[in-house]
Design a protein around this ligand. Structure first.
Ligand SMILES: [Zn+2]
Length: 480
């Protein structure tokens, strides 16, 4: 199996690099990834998959299926980009691409989507060649960034019948993503007041901006009385206007509320709603609460992680060239000493870098981090988490960026088309394909994975955190 996967990826490396390059060059934000989704769907059809569009009533969500019968192995691919991250590739300073929108692949989803697609293609090719039973599904998952696309897809039962879901994320390390992530809620609080001349008739005005400010003050007091690991961030997305001489008749604030467990995030969200109501009462403004999205905390499946870790070791960390290390060093040098130290400490804390000494003098990972079952929290969120509540799910990271590169930065975008990013993408694809083939080949292994999952499900029944009537929201605030 290993030789098959290796040969397959080598043979088709240029093709997959082209797919990733196309997506990089057509960056689109959440739920508007029409070019990337259409391109991937066409490629899936060319590769002999049967494509089903409009999954969960989302026009950029799709499945591409091959084969029949059990087991059903899913590969999850994302392809959305981020605003404010337009960046020329393969350079080591921030610079926009002229004449294009300010959007860029700052989270490496051009690699993510293509890597999952490549894994599905290799698994399909193996099943086809050996005439083996089993089903491979590539899931085109839109709107991960601020959209929780997969959570909407889970709500509409898009993953029913899947036996295991596999995915990955670009990163500076080659590792199994074994840490639970934070659940989150994203909500817009809209206040409506009454405009008035601020000097001439202020008593006739009811300020929506006051309501936003009072709400934020209230929430900042709340911080003392929520659990330590929770995070509450906000952005004032409408201040009501530019003139201080007018009492602002409308204003809104977007909240992102995170906590280690979904019920904890929900509890904080409900308290914040009360604070918003209080602010509306104080200012005699009207409040509208617009639910944008939510996602659960990630639930690791240890049995599946062990199979994937073995596959990663079999595939290996690959090699880096001197030229790549030199480029990575230049990226590393764009970070402050404090940022570099924080990163290394963080990774050591996760057990990723041993004592850290193995990376001395290297700026691009060329080894595999030890596997560690850990309940330590990763302070971030992903919508893969909702899939992990309904299907045994596993994720890896592959080194596609220089050490210390945070996600959602110009540095991450700049590295999205480098030779090492594409090597990392194929490493991830090979590892996922090999993991999938192991599950397809061994009933015993799959049973162990399923048993662990059933035990979890029996103890923690799943409730989708997004109310049934809520539709996905684009970055521009439109419901699709
Ligand atoms: Zn991402």
């Amino acid at each position: 199996m290993h030789t098959f996967v290796k040969t397959y990826m080598e043979k088709h490396a240029d093709y997959f690099n082209e797919v990733s390059t196309y997506i990089f060059n057509h960056p689109e934000t959440r739920f508007e990834e029409f070019k990337s989704a259409n391109f991937l769907m066409e490629e899936c059809e060319k590769q002999g998959f049967t494509v089903e569009r409009n999954i969960a009533d989302i026009s950029t969500a799709f499945t591409a299926t091959f084969g029949s019968g059990k087991p059903v192995i899913a590969f999850l691919g994302e392809f959305d980009a981020l605003p404010e991250l337009n960046q020329k590739p393969c350079i080591t300073h921030p610079e926009r691409i002229d004449g294009t929108e300010n959007i860029g692949h700052g989270c490496g989803h051009n690699l993510l989507g293509t890597g999952a697609f490549a894994a599905a293609c290799a698994t399909k090719a193996y099943l086809e060649e050996r005439q083996l039973p089993g089903t491979v599904i590539f899931y085109g998952c839109p709107g991960e960034e601020g959209g929780s696309g997969k959570t909407f897809m889970v709500r509409e039962n898009a993953f029913d019948g899947v036996d295991a879901a596999l995915t990955w994320h670009p990163s500076p390390t080659n590792a199994i993503m074994s840490l639970p992530t934070l659940a989150n809620y994203q909500i817009t609080f809209k206040f409506k007041g009454v405009a008035a001349h601020a000097a001439n008739s202020p008593h006739l005005g009811r300020s929506a901006l006051d309501a936003v400010e009072l709400m934020n003050v209230g929430v900042n007091y709340l911080r003392e009385h929520i659990i330590q690991d929770a995070r509450v961030h906000y952005a004032v997305t409408d201040t009501g206007g530019f003139s201080p001489a007018v009492v602002q008749p409308q204003a809104e604030v977007l909240y992102l509320i995170r906590a280690p467990k979904i019920h904890e995030a929900k509890g904080i969200y409900e308290r914040i709603c009360k604070i918003a109501e209080g602010a509306a009462l104080m200012t005699e403004t009207k409040l509208e609460i617009e639910f944008i999205k939510a996602c659960s905390n990630y639930v690791p499946n240890r049995s599946l992680e062990k199979i994937m870790y073995q596959s990663l070791q079999t595939i290996g960390a690959g090699e880096t060239t001197e030229e790549e290390q030199v480029y990575a060093k230049e990226i590393w040098d764009t970070f402050t000493q404090e940022e570099q130290d924080f990163y290394i400490d963080l990774m050591k804390g996760f057990g990723y870098f041993g004592d850290g000494s193995e990376f001395k003098g290297k700026y691009l990972a060329d080894s595999i981090s030890d596997y560690r079952e850990s309940d330590e929290i990763f302070y971030g969120s992903t919508d893969v988490s909702d899939v992990s509540w309904v299907v045994p799910t596993v994720q890896l990271t592959a080194a596609t960026s220089a050490l210390a590169t945070p996600l959602h930065t110009w540095q991450m975008t700049a590295q999205g088309l480098t030779s090492f990013a594409h090597k990392g993408m194929l490493r991830a694809a090979s590892t996922m394909a090999l993991t999938g083939l192991n599950l397809l080949a061994s009933e015993e292994q799959l049973e162990e994975v399923q048993n662990e999952f059933k035990k979890f499900q029996a103890e923690y029944p799943y409730t989708n955190p997004i109310p049934k009537h809520i539709r996905p929201t684009t970055l521009g605030g439109e419901k699709i």
